[in-house]
Design a protein around this ligand. Structure first.
Ligand code: ADP
Ligand code: MG
Length: 328
């Protein structure tokens, strides 16, 4: 029933960052090469995600807000080889349940004609109009958590913290998404639009890091490529500024993930060589499908690794070799 659905939705969409994450992953899944995220008033008023991806076909439009509706999975067996971020069909229906959702979309066969759909809290399309639209999709989320008054209060109180958590997450997607352009705008009441970050098409990870974090950080990085590891880490043996933990980015097979144990291993190993300074790092681990289970939590950021201790030992020893190799 409706109340239960609303409570469950509050578990899929726990905060601003999880809303942003689901929207960006849908854009990535749609094959977009440009993704623009616009926040109004720390996301309290609205969040808009625009992409130049496939668009939503007319046949799918009436169902996308419905619970467990997904266009990305044919049969359960596909789960093993799934390449897309989404597959549960929970995000849009949950977002509808906790906010006011408007979608503007056009596929290549319709553009420059598109459709604007307004959805109600049950995920039903309540109005559809024809609008001018380039190929792609824009999803607007207004008044997030307005249907969950307590959650809304918490969001209002913590909006700055939730906003910066969302920016950190977007930074992670922007760093790992090579050959894609990410643009982020923030509009607050007083100031106009502030661009938070922007990366370019045809970029590699190093260029993305430079675009997002600046040259000061990027020039002090070294390549860390060894076995299943590929990425960048602060040059050891130099006193660098202490960096906050959101500047430590871990990816598995291109997905930003939470693996505190591995982050800790890297920090502790690095400190042995760097006068207890914390490193900046962004590394991707390419692991065989079948050894990673990303379905532990609904937000798919927590992972289960069947070879966890082997992976942690390999990373530690690899970083030791790297640090010893750069000793002067
Ligand atoms: P999932 O991503 O798990 O399939 P969602 O609830 O996130 O479920 O999205 C439901 C469906 O809506 C998707 O399967 C897709 O067909 C469509 N969709 C959502 N966002 C976009 C987008 N930005 N571009 C194209 N299609 C989208
Ligand atoms: Mg999705």
């Amino acid at each position: 029933n409706e109340t239960v659905h609303r409570i469950c939705s509050g578990q899929v969409i726990t905060d601003l960052a999880s809303a942003v994450k689901e929207l960006v992953e849908n854009s990535l899944d749609s094959g977009a090469t440009t993704i623009e995220v616009r926040f109004k008033n720390y996301g309290l008023d609205s969040i808009e995600v625009l992409d130049n991806g496939s668009g939503i076909s007319i046949e799918d439009q009436d169902s996308i807000g419905k619970k467990h509706y997904t266009s990305k999975i044919e049969a359960f067996r596909d789960l093993d080889t799934l390449q897309t971020f989404g597959f549960r069909g929970e995000a849009l229906s949950s977002l509808c349940s906790v906010s006011n959702v408007t979608i503007t979309t056009a596929t290549s066969s319709e553009a420059p004609k598109g459709f604007q759909l307004k959805l109600d809290h049950e995920g039903t399309v309540i109005s559809k109009s024809t609008v001018a639209s380039q190929k792609g999709t824009m999803v607007s989320i207004n008044d997030l958590f307005s249907t969950l008054p307590v959650r809304r209060k918490v969001f209002e109180r913590n909006c700055r913290r939730d906003f910066s958590k969302s920016i950190s997450l977007l930074q992670a997607y922007a760093v790992i998404s090579t050959e894609k352009k990410f643009i982020i705008f923030h509009q607050t009441k007083g100031s106009g639009k502030v661009v938070q970050l922007s990366t370019n098409m045809n970029s590699d990870m190093k260029m993305n890091i430079m675009n997002i974090f600046g040259t000061k950080i990027s020039t002090n990085l070294i390549r860390w490529k060894d076995g299943f590891i590929d990425g960048y880490i602060s040059r050891p043996h130099v006193g660098s500024v202490r960096l906050s933990s959101d500047k430590q980015m871990l990816f598995i097979n291109g997905r930003p993930i939470h693996l505190p144990k591995l982050v800790k291993t890297i920090q502790e190993t690095f400190k042995i060589y760097s006068l207890s300074q914390a490193p900046f790092f962004a590394i991707n681990l390419t692991l065989t499908e079948g050894t990673v289970d990303v379905n532990v939590s609904p937000d798919k950021r927590s992972v289960f690794l069947s070879e966890e201790s082997y992976i942690i030992d390999f990373v530690r020893e690899s970083l030791q070799r790297l640090c010893e190799g750069t000793a002067h």
